[in-house]
Design a protein around this ligand. Structure first.
Ligand code: HEM
Length: 206
């Protein structure tokens, strides 16, 4: 028996959990921080600067974002590869959602690689500070605005729907009644995060 077979149950549970803590928590924080652009360029720059002065920022980013995200992504790509592609032959709502969870995983993957390289890794190497002006230069161009909008929507959908599948796989949502409640929670979260993310993006592009 291979390592993956032997620990399959545990590894799936950890993969599921990392999608919420810390990655989903970070995604939520990130969209809220960006929505500070609604308060104007100066306010946004103040908030971002305060963030950048956090002690041990790079360490925190590596331990709580980069490593869990790399783990979730690499394993996630493997799960996408394993998934049977006949789900759409059975036209059930949950089958569509299963399919969309995998489509949005791929879109999020491509976007996160592009986005973290252009705004964090490359910038750190070039010694450029992030600011309203820096982001405005990018997202005020219609093509990049649309790329950001698609990337943000994919990540938000993947996270919101992921809360539902997480609750199932961790045995939290058992039975149709509780599952319907979780469905409502996920839908409300999807709408709220989409609103916050889109508002922030529009403010950064203005
Ligand atoms: C913003 C970044 C991301 C967040 C917040 C996130 C969050 C989540 C959450 C909460 C789940 C639900 C856990 C479960 O189904 O048990 C999940 C599942 C999944 N994620 Fe992600 N994820 C992100 C990025 C990615 C990326 C980049 C990939 C791979 C390309 C990926 C692949 C998957 C797959 C395949 C599943 C389903 C696992 C299963 O059904 O067993 N995710 N994600």
């Amino acid at each position: 028996m291979s390592f993956m077979q032997k620990y399959n149950f545990l590894i799936r549970k950890i993969h599921s959990l990392t999608g919420i803590i810390p990655i989903g928590v970070f995604l939520t924080e990130h969209l809220i921080t960006n929505s500070f652009a609604l308060g104007g360029a100066e306010y946004y720059n103040e908030r971002v600067e305060a963030f950048q002065q956090l002690p041990f920022l790079v360490g925190i980013e590596i331990v709580f974002i980069a490593i869990p995200l790399a783990f979730h992504t690499l394993l996630g790509l493997y799960y996408v590869y394993l998934a049977k592609n006949n789900v759409l032959e059975y036209k059930y709502f949950r089958n569509y959602m299963f399919y969309l969870q995998r489509i949005t995983a791929i879109i999020t993957f491509v976007f996160v690689v592009y986005h973290s390289y252009t705004t964090r890794i490359g910038r750190a190497m070039a010694g450029i500070e992030i600011s309203y002006e820096f982001m405005n230069n990018i997202v005020s161009q219609p093509v990049f605005f649309i790329i950001y909008l698609i990337g943000m929507l994919a990540a938000v959908f993947h996270f919101s729907n992921g809360i539902y599948t997480f609750a199932i796989s961790w045995g939290i949502a058992i039975g149709p009644q509780v599952q319907r409640k979780f469905q409502t929670i996920c839908t409300v979260l999807f709408i709220a995060l989409t609103a916050i993310g889109t508002a922030g993006l529009i403010a950064l592009a203005a």
